[in-house]
Write a protein of this length. Structure first.
Length: 302
């Protein structure tokens, strides 16, 4: 059985343990608060300012404008979850995330203004704008949790890790270490609380969620396609970004399914279709279209 289809072999966590873990996310967040403006200045002093090749500025800006406005979307969603969620411990975790996302937003805004002085939303990638609007417009707590914690956050963590490993700019690399530390707690929030939300949903609501999730994955592809040139400008293989993001998202979903003690429905089929869609749409590799069709077909039938 593929990793996507695995079924949990242990009993799910006791609700009291989940409750403690959720409250723990809030307390960890409080213990690890960092001053964004002070830390950014420390990084600038340490490295003598932003140090990046002039022909890479636009590419880096294109990628991290998506991060900037993604942080704002996450800030708004986590704040709304703190109001909508009834469970006190989960509400605490959502409140802590809102605090983190506010810091991430202003720090990234300050960094991008130093990079090239432009953070206007009008210059945000149109595909990213549509995707983030799709997540923000979710009409149920389950969609907000799944969209932000299981889709947006894993993609952001993927970009953080790959750009940091490339060390495109030492100042940004140091900033992303702090971002990654915070975002890991946010993914944990989704994995811990979403199972209890799903257990209370009707089958019709779950089916609606799965359809919504699939549509969201398709929208994510448009973002990756549109950034292929920017990735290549930074020496990053676009396929690596896709595969790393896919792995993180699948891992988050499987961990959540483990907590529920179930096999997450349709995930194998969803991932096969996603892989096929990527093969058809990617323009970053010099392959004839017929060869891409053949590879896409192989992905669906795998």
């Amino acid at each position: 059985m593929s990793p996507a289809g695995r079924v949990k072999e242990r009993t799910r966590l006791d609700p009291r343990i989940v409750d403690d873990k959720l409250a723990g996310l809030y307390h960890k967040g409080q213990d690890r608060i960092w001053n964004g403006k002070e830390y950014l200045q420390e990084c600038l002093d340490k490295h003598g300012g932003i140090n990046i090749r002039s022909n890479s500025v636009e590419a880096l800006h294109n990628i991290f404008m998506i991060i900037l406005w993604g942080e704002l979307a996450a800030w708004k969603i986590s704040a709304s979850l703190a109001m909508e969620i009834e469970d006190d411990s989960a509400r605490m975790a959502a409140t802590a995330q809102a605090h983190d996302e506010a810091r991430h937003f202003y720090v990234m805004k300050d960094y991008l203004e130093l990079l090239n002085g432009n953070t206007a939303k009008e210059d945000l990638n149109k595909h990213a704008d549509r995707f983030l609007s799709y997540i923000q417009g979710a009409n149920h707590i389950s969609k907000k949790l799944l969209g932000m914690q299981m889709m947006v956050e894993p993609l952001a963590l993927t970009l953080f890790r790959i750009v940091r490993e490339k060390d495109v700019d030492p100042v940004l690399s140091d900033l992303l270490i702090m971002f990654e530390r915070d975002e890991a707690r946010h993914v944990a929030f989704g994995m811990l609380h979403l199972p209890s939300v799903l257990r209370e949903m009707t089958m019709a609501q779950r089916v609606d969620l799965w359809i919504w999730q699939f549509r969201g994955y398709m929208k994510q592809f448009q973002i990756l396609y549109s950034l292929e040139e920017s990735f290549e400008q930074l020496g990053i293989r676009p396929r690596r970004v896709y595969e790393a993001a896919r792995k993180k998202q699948l891992n988050a979903i499987n961990l959540m399914a483990d907590e529920m003690g179930i096999q997450y429905p349709f995930i194998d089929a969803m991932m096969r279709i996603s892989d096929a869609r990527y093969e058809l749409g990617t323009a970053s590799e010099d392959r004839p279209y017929l060869q891409r069709i053949r590879r896409a077909t192989e992905k669906v039938l795998a």
